[in-house]
Design a protein around this ligand. Sequence first.
Ligand SMILES: N[C@@H](CCC(=O)N[C@@H](CS)C(=O)NCC(=O)O)C(=O)O
Length: 124
Amino acid sequence: MLVKIVREGLGRAIALGDLVTRGSKMKRSEEQQARIAEELQSLSLYQFYACPFCIKVRRAMHRLNLPIETRDVNRHPQFRQELEHNAGKVKVPCLRIDDAQGSQWMLESGDIIAYLEQRYGQAA
Ligand SMILES: N[C@@H](CCC(=O)N[C@@H](CS)C(=O)NCC(=O)O)C(=O)O
């Protein structure tokens, strides 16, 4: 119980630190940004607000200027169930990638960031 409270407190401190130290966002033309925002409808990030690994991913999303929907699995039992059912466990962050074939559930913050960098990191 105490460990949980300390971990949550630390996570919130890191989240606050993240908010005040975020740098600038990648710049794109209005057209490019609108196209990317449309594309990002097919992505969602299952996460906890105070999880350091989620903060790392949200920081990359900010830097890359990617307004991806975030789904807090601590606040919404439906998101927790979806994550557990599809990813096989409640582990965050998890990036859900939807396409015509179905959904891919990507775990591991490092893999998620590498995927976002590779797909959206180049200013066109
Ligand atoms: N190596 C993973 C670590 C993720 C991780 O440990 N997430 C914690 C929250 S900070 C979690 O989901 N814990 C729930 C659990 O393990 O059941 C990553 O980098 O994404």
